[in-house]
Design a protein around this ligand. Sequence first.
Ligand SMILES: NC(=O)c1ccc[n+]([C@@H]2O[C@H](COP(=O)([O-])OP(=O)(O)OC[C@H]3O[C@@H](n4cnc5c(N)ncnc54)[C@H](OP(=O)(O)O)[C@@H]3O)[C@@H](O)[C@H]2O)c1
Length: 351
Amino acid sequence: MTSQQHTVFRLSLSGATLDGLKSSKEPLPPVDKQSVLVKINAVALNYRDIAIVNGTYPFPVKDSVVPCSDMCGVVQEVGSLVTKFKKGDKVVGNFIQDALYGAATNWNSGLGGPLDGVLREYVVLPEFGVVKIPEGSNMTDAEAASLVCTGVTTWNSLYGNIPLKPGQTVLLMGTGGVSLTALQIAKAAGAKTIITSSSDEKLKLVQEHYHPTHIINYKTKPDWDQEVLRLTDGLGADYIIETGGIGTIEKSLACVAYGGNISVIGFLGGSPRPEDRPDVAALALGKGAVVRGIMVGNKQQLEEMVRFAVVNDLHMAVDTVFPFTDSGVREAYDYLLAAKHIGKVCISMEK
Ligand SMILES: NC(=O)c1ccc[n+]([C@@H]2O[C@H](COP(=O)([O-])OP(=O)(O)OC[C@H]3O[C@@H](n4cnc5c(N)ncnc54)[C@H](OP(=O)(O)O)[C@@H]3O)[C@@H](O)[C@H]2O)c1
């Protein structure tokens, strides 16, 4: 098997453009005693993959990296000491490979950043770095791949500290991958959901297909925090999946419930001038709120996320699946960058 060649995409960081993303043939990596060789069927993209291309990702990335962190594939070969997997098992890889339980402690073992990722036909991963998709699951491979980053990030936000209870309110910001994933999980968990977007058209589609309790256009209602308070009878949201960062956290702190939870996840909302930045410590104190940074999550959370999705027959919101060709991969990145999507943008090796 190891003399075989396969297609691998690598990204040169020097130009900070997609022109640095090129495919070539490489030999399959060797399978050692404790690793598994996986034939990748589908890859899910994240905003991180765009940020890595344009040089705005704030954590380590190696040059000439194989990009992307999220894959679903089928085990082809196992090392002699592997006990938990066999040929034919369907698996997903853990985002931070060595984060097995508890808080992730560094970004240096993340796939598609400091470590080579999964935008390739085959990958070898340690046995401890993959999780099985149970037989009988009827998720597509793209849907299963979508559980890896945004799934675990959301699961960690809602269950990694103070667990969400049915009936509580969860606020989702925007209609990207993290938000749609969180909407689906929160709904399945019995929560009231409020989702925001810059687009009425996207909100209409989200309402039709994913049935949030309430919607808010954050462009036409720039005081969306007041709208959240109005929709919750002044109580505020118990959980906020904060994808905006320093540009939106002041409003999040205004509409979080007393004692509520804000998961600090993304940095989509831009950065105000230093003199306009909110005093997060004072605002959090005033609400008795938990403001918690999220580093994706760990393997245990990926296992819990997979189990929850299978038991509840969840199908992650996949917007479009592009083919694994030079032009298909480029179109997938361009589509994500243009933010036309609702939910996840994926690439399939089987198209
Ligand atoms: N910390 C972690 O572990 C972790 C894990 C996953 C993702 N992230 C981060 O979370 C963020 C979202 O990632 P993603 O993969 O879900 O991205 P994505 O799929 O590209 O979603 C982007 C969407 O966010 C919305 N948005 C943009 N600016 C906004 C703003 N100012 N306020 C509210 N919504 C806004 C837009 O939705 P509309 O068009 O509907 O307005 C846009 O389509 C990124 O910053 C990413 O790096 C962090």
